[in-house]
Ligand binder design. Structure first.
Ligand code: DC
Length: 245
């Protein structure tokens, strides 16, 4: 090709741009979603999003403002009026509401109790789903929760249902609490998890379901590293499949 030939300047440049995946992970409480999702995000260089933390932040504000947890309209209106931002910083998933950081209060016993009632209400869920979708718009995210594969990102490239036997989940949570010096029996932790599962399953909208195209990752008897490796393998397979399209 000679210089001066117009096509010389039009040589096609092939750029192999890596597809930005959205990785959606759902599962019951205590299955290890947060630590697994965070590790997957870190390995991929993606953003980690903990949607449970956002529900917790709204529950905390509702309790602070004395809004009844059985009033969907009032809770929805309150949620819509809040400016909620969230991101991971220094290895911690942080949430701000109206500019005030609430991260350190999201697991207070009062918030823990309130959130399962607040999360039942569709008007609240709609507000949070909207925010979560906007956070995932650019892709390159690993988002975990209960309704991510079914409602928030039903067209996510990678969908995972991460679970473990309820007795194993109770054992793990009990061990965590022991390390924190919380005095509670294993049976109490088990009962709390069973109740939490029931609440997650009985919502009309946004209940915990395994959608047909979500890959089941059962962490019973597995290490966290094994679960992370399984999800990373799914992501690699998806990237290869997308490249050949
Ligand atoms: O994952 P977690 O335990 O931090 O979640 C806190 C609460 O929020 C729990 O009651 C389930 C609910 N939740 C939800 O309903 N939908 C989500 N996407 C995430 C959490």
């Amino acid at each position: 090709m000679r210089e001066g030939d117009r096509s010389f300047f039009k040589e096609p440049i092939i750029v192999m741009r890596e597809r930005r995946l959205r990785v959606a992970i759902d599962g019951p409480a205590g299955a290890g979603k947060s630590s697994v999702a965070r590790a997957v995000a870190r390995k991929l260089g993606y953003t980690y999003l903990d949607t449970g933390a956002m529900y917790r932040a709204v529950a905390l504000i509702a309790v602070q403002r004395g809004i009844p947890l059985d009033d969907p309209a009032a809770l929805g209106e309150m949620a819509r009026s809040l400016h909620i931002t969230a991101c991971e910083e220094d290895g911690v998933f942080r949430v701000w509401v109206d500019g005030v950081e609430l991260t350190h209060r999201l697991r207070d016993p009062g918030t823990d109790k309130a959130v399962k009632f607040l999360a039942m209400h569709r008007p609240v869920r709609e507000v949070l789903v909207e925010i979560q979708r906007s956070l995932a718009r650019e892709g390159s995210v690993v988002m975990e929760g209960r309704d991510i594969t079914s409602v928030v990102l039903p067209d996510a490239e990678v969908k995972v249902f991460l679970t473990a036997d309820v007795r194993e989940r109770a054992r793990r949570r009990w061990q965590e609490l022991q390390l924190k010096g919380v005095k509670i029996s294993w049976e109490e932790v088990l009962e709390e998890l069973i109740q939490r599962d029931r609440k997650d399953l009985e919502r009309d909208w946004g209940k915990l379901v395994r959608v047909p195209d979500a890959v089941l990752v059962d962490t019973t008897g597995k290490t966290q590293d094994e679960a992370v490796a399984e999800i990373l393998r799914l992501c690699e397979e998806k990237k290869i499949a997308l490249r050949s399209h």
